[in-house]
Design a protein around this ligand. Structure first.
Ligand SMILES: *Cc1c(COP(=O)(O)O)cnc(C)c1O
Length: 388
């Protein structure tokens, strides 16, 4: 008999009832060190007092109002996002896949308003943009699309990071190029800064819009507020979600005025998107994360963590191949199935996340402490030793 919860996930037999910072506490009282953070969501850890205060304060006032009215909390979040990024405007969503949908709509509307028949969006293998019909078409992967056809047309998937393939594919018929500066689900694969600059230049030459998906790599995860900042370039449209709500469902599409020009009244909407509860929390997350001092700490801790992980890889050459990633978006390329390591991690009361390309993902809360980093590596060491 089918489970009452639609069985689309293979779940570990662990349930958590509360959390404290980098620790998730199971119903049996076991404390797990959380290097998954709900897949890069809990950027400030579990039950962060600032975020609990922002949420409960707003919860006592008003939860939901329609976007038929002005929503000051939403305006405040949009102000913060615009002030700290390339963007001139933001649409607030509830999730990453909703942000992908709007990004795709925005691209199509941009070209439609210019009277040009440009619908092809170039994407890359290993991409993950969410699970809506548009987002799975954008990813192109067999694993996500099989059985769900016919797929939304207008996407072409190129080999990851293959600039020659991009040069051959891009033309004055291309609507946009869409990619994650650091692939998350694809296996913590950062695109070199020089490549991102070249992609920007190719977009400029052809007129194609550059759409960056920073749902996983954004919000301070890589040590900059957004990963593309390392390359010194800016996209035309960017998707954000995961970390922006610190655990509350929230996402956004950021865009330049030029890219967003077609999105006039009536062209898009959302019942819940931009509600006061989510935006009160999101604004608080932005106030904390989008500061030089906070990001400097992320970088310092990332260097510490990475150094320790290099030692771990050297100590277990039969288990690990290499460390990769940027900031606190780290991956351990494995010589065995990462799912086995995730399981061995549970035995050490450590939470990690598998990814494609044989990679184990380490996405701790950005405010993890030095001691917790040392403890995490000790637990990873024991988990690896159990598989050596
Ligand atoms: C998780 C993710 C999404 C989808 O976000 P949801 O909130 O699960 O819809 C999109 N893009 C990237 C890069 C992601 O990591």
């Amino acid at each position: 008999m089918i489970s009452h919860v639609l069985p689309t996930y293979n779940r570990a037999p662990i349930a958590f009832e509360k959390g404290e910072g980098a620790w998730a506490i199971a119903t049996d009282g076991t404390r797990y060190l959380d290097l998954g953070a709900g897949i890069a969501v809990n950027v400030l850890g579990h039950a962060n007092p600032d975020l609990v205060a922002a949420l409960t304060e707003q919860a006592g006032k008003i939860w939901h109002v329609s976007n038929l009215y002005q929503i000051p909390q939403q305006e405040r979040l949009a102000d913060l996002l615009v002030d700290h990024t390339f963007a001139d405007t933001a649409f607030i969503t509830n999730s990453g896949t909703e942000a992908a949908e709007l990004a795709i709509k925005m691209v199509r509307k941009y070209w439609s308003d210019r009277g040009e028949d440009r619908i092809e969006i170039l994407t890359f293998e290993g991409a993950f943009h969410g699970r809506s019909t548009g987002a799975i078409a954008a990813s192109g992967s067999e694993k996500m699309t099989k059985g769900f056809g016919p797929l939304m047309p207008g996407f072409r998937t190129l080999p990851w990071g293959d600039l020659d393939a991009l040069k051959a594919a891009i033309s004055d018929r291309t609507a946009a190029v869409m990619l994650e500066p650091v692939q998350g689900e694809g296996g913590i694969r950062p695109l070199p800064d020089a490549d991102l600059r070249e992609i920007r230049a190719l977009c400029d030459q052809s007129g194609a819009l550059l759409v960056l998906d920073e749902v996983q790599c954004g919000m301070g995860r890589t040590g900059r507020l957004f990963a593309h900042e390392y390359a010194g370039i800016a996209p035309d449209i960017m998707m954000v979600a995961k970390g922006i709500g610190g655990g509350f469902p929230l996402g956004a599409v950021l865009a330049t005025e030029k890219a967003a020009v077609g999105m006039v009244a009536g062209t898009h909407g959302s019942t819940y998107g931009g509600n006061p509860l989510a935006c009160a929390v999101g604004a608080r997350v932005m106030e904390i994360v989008a500061t030089d001092a906070f990001l400097a700490e992320v970088n310092r801790k990332a260097a510490l963590f990475r150094q320790k992980l290099e030692g771990l890889v050297a100590a277990h050459p039969t288990v690990f191949e290499a460390v990769r990633g940027q900031g606190l978006m780290l991956g351990l390329k494995c010589k065995l199935a990462p799912a086995d390591l995730v399981k061995a991690g549970y035995a050490q009361h450590l939470l990690t996340v598998p990814a494609a390309d044989n990679t184990l993902r380490l996405l701790p809360p950005l405010n993890i402490t030095d001691d917790e980093i040392a403890e995490a590596v000790a637990r990873l060491d024991r988990a690896a030793a159990s598989l050596d």
